[in-house]
Structures are given as structure tokens and as C-alpha cells.
Design a protein. Sequence first.
Length: 106
Amino acid sequence: MTIDSPTLVQTQEKLVSSIRSEIADAEEVLSATIEQSGEKIARLRSRIEKRLREARFRLMVAEEALVAKTRAAAFATDDYVHGSPWIAMGVAAALGVVVGLLAGRR
């Protein structure tokens, strides 16, 4: 399994953030209608509670996928570094030089 790109992880992070926002909005609506009564409000609360359960489930699935991809990326990086230590050290040194040059300009 290969990691497609950082954009895939970023997309999943945005999805998780969006679902968290949806959950927060639904919880706010439920709190605002807690003292309301009537058949219409009861149906609305029921629908919101159902959507909230679904959103929590989607959030759990999205977070699990994000953790799995992050873990896979960490393992792939670890395998690469152990398989090619000199290349990894060269890349790290080059990055250090670039960061040093950029920091020195300020």
C-alpha cells in the first residue's frame, strides 16, 4: 500500500473537521430546543438525533482511516530510512542546510 500524497491526508482532515462541525451544530440545535414541546419539534429532534448518530459514526470511520494512513506513512518512512540510511541522512542534511540558510536570512 502506498500513500497517495499529502493532499489525501489533508482532504481527510478537512472531512473530519467538517463532520465535527456538523456534530457541534446538531448538538447546539438540540440544546436550543430542549424546552420546546409539540409534535413538530419532537419529529425534528428525532431527525437531528438520528443525523447526529450518523455523523458520529462517519467521524469515527474518517478518524480511523486518517490514523491508518498516518501510521502507514510512518511505517513506510521508517522502512525507507532503515533500507537507505545514507540517502535519508543526505536528505536530512540538505533540509538542514536549506532551513539554516532561510533562518540566517532573517
